[in-house]
Design a binder for this molecule. Structure first.
Ligand code: G6P
Length: 483
């Protein structure tokens, strides 16, 4: 196989996430460096790739294929250390505990979380697997950055085996209030696992606050400002972890460059034309997930059609719903529900010429996404709960003419940065309807004023800025304040 060997066996900088930042592709493709892998889309890998290739960096993660062993390899100068998962582990650790326990629990129990001891056992064992890979490959004094809710026990496991490491953790999803977190039978173990880190990053200050309140309530930690003092059995402070907000962002340059490319601008025009050149195109782009409020969005849109405030001759809603976690029960149920609703709306309001909702259960390359952003007059982000929501940031970044309107849920982390969006509570269907109508009819001057301010905010805070801030904070020494 043409797979390149890793450049080192010990690394100074290690990132670990459930998924490796590469996807498998056929090895006869021409954009894969000939090794059968392609770099995944997304800001995280873009932000970290330069450090991966410059320093002795490596990324540890699952390669996505159950029951398959892949040796460490190097792709585009990035060293990758694959973790193997059996199909049993994928079922219990990934589909079970990560995505049917933690995911719904951390998103305000929009779907009921399931608590199973076998899932928890597997989560612990798989976290140990990831930790072991780092323990084996990290150089003395290395910096390790653990990503997301699938790996919350890794920081503690690392600290116990390797007190020489500098350990960061970033939670990409919300952290729930202690009143909800309390439901978890293993709440103490999770908090303790996280508190192995030197620095814990969250999307919003409220997430960091929720975590600190849980650390106090369930582990008796004392919290001073952003420092969590972890105590040993004799009440002595054994470790200080810091918890702070670092709102993640996107690869701004990539989106801007694509939005300026003539072929993509042309493609956006073609999309409009193919839809029959409606006056208004509304757009929703989500993983097909119950946290995204797709049903609420469709309900509001349908009522606007029913009342005649929006006409199918004038407006089309493009809903891209990318397939996600399809073996998890709640995701199957959601797909049936959404597809039933779309069928109902289109059956009622479509004409031979016009469609109300153009529903696409696909994922698209970033080029097509940017063309959609350029084609859309109104972007609808109606999440019931969302750590950040990068789609909102991508839309704003793509709108280089400073036009277009963003309807944004206040329950998405992005609402902290995008204050000039038309902010909504998606549960308030009347409020959502008036925001959609307002967005459709927004006077160009007002649209421009809002978009300008939002674009400036994102252009000044891209994903490089995010990772640099986090890693700089991780390097800072804790000043112990015992007063
Ligand atoms: C969210 C999570 C990520 C996850 C992604 C896709 O953004 O924060 O950790 O990778 O969803 O989900 P999947 O289960 O396919 O990895």
């Amino acid at each position: 196989s043409p797979t390149k060997k890793p450049t080192a066996s010990k690394f100074d900088f290690m990132v670990v996430s459930n998924r490796l930042p590469v996807d498998r592709c056929s090895s006869d493709g021409n954009d894969d460096g000939g090794d059968g892998w392609r770099r995944s889309p997304g800001g995280l890998v873009t932000a970290l790739a330069p450090m991966m290739t410059k320093s002795d960096g490596a990324w540890v993660g699952w390669h996505g294929a159950p029951d398959e062993t892949v040796r460490p390899f190097s792709h585009e100068g990035m060293d990758l250390v694959p973790v193997q998962l059996s199909s049993h582990e994928v079922e219990l650790y990934y589909e079970g505990f990560s995505n049917a326990t933690i995911w719904p629990l951390y998103h305000d129990v929009i779907a009921p979380p399931e608590f199973h001891r076998t899932w928890w056992d597997s989560y612990r064992q798989v976290n140990k697997k990831f930790a072991d890979a780092i323990i084996r490959h990290a150089a003395e004094g290395a910096t390790v950055w653990v990503q997301d809710y699938q790996l919350q026990l890794v920081p503690r496991m690392l600290r116990e085996a390797r007190p020489d490491l500098k350990i960061g953790f970033f939670n990409h999803i919300p952290f729930p209030p202690p009143e909800i977190f309390a439901q978890l039978p293993w709440r103490r173990e999770i908090i303790d696992g996280l508190l192995g880190a030197d620095l814990l990053g969250f999307q919003r200050p409220s997430d960091a606050g929720n975590f600190m309140r849980s650390a106090r309530r369930f582990l008796g930690a004392s919290v001073k400002q952003q420092q969590v003092h972890v105590k040993g059995p004799d009440g002595e402070v054994t470790h200080i972890a810091r918890a702070q907000a670092f709102p993640i962002s996107i690869d701004v340059d990539q989106i801007r460059e694509l939005a300026a490319r003539p072929d993509i601008i042309e493609r956006a025009k073609q999309i409009r034309k193919d839809l029959g050149d409606p006056k208004t195109i509304l757009l929703g782009v989500d993983r097909l997930d119950y946290t995204k409020g797709i049903g609420h969005r469709l309900k509001a849109f349908e009522e606007l059609l029913r009342e005649g405030s929006i006409k199918v001759e004038d407006a089309t809603l493009i809903q891209v719903a990318s397939p996600s976690r399809e073996r998890v029960e709640q995701y199957r149920l959601l797909r049936e529900e959404i597809e039933g609703t779309v069928g109902h709306i289109n059956g009622t309001y479509d004409t031979i010429q016009n469609t109300a909702v153009r529903y696409l259960h696909h994922s698209y390359p970033v080029e097509e996404m940017v063309a959609l952003y350029l084609a859309a007059d109104v972007m609808l982000v109606t999440a019931l709960r969302d750590g950040m929501n990068l789609v909102a940031k991508e839309y704003v970044t793509a709108r280089s003419e400073d036009d277009g309107a963003l309807v944004l849920s206040e329950f998405a982390g992005a609402a902290d940065q995008l204050k000039q969006a038309l902010l909504i509570n998606p549960h308030d269907i009347d409020g959502l309807k008036s925001a959609i109508l307002r967005a459709v009819n927004l006077p160009p001057k007002e649209a421009r004023r809002r978009m300008k301010l939002m674009r400036k905010q994102i252009l000044d805070h891209d994903v490089d800025h995010w990772s640099a801030e986090f890693l700089a904070a991780l390097e800072e020494k804790v000043v112990r304040d015992d007063s």
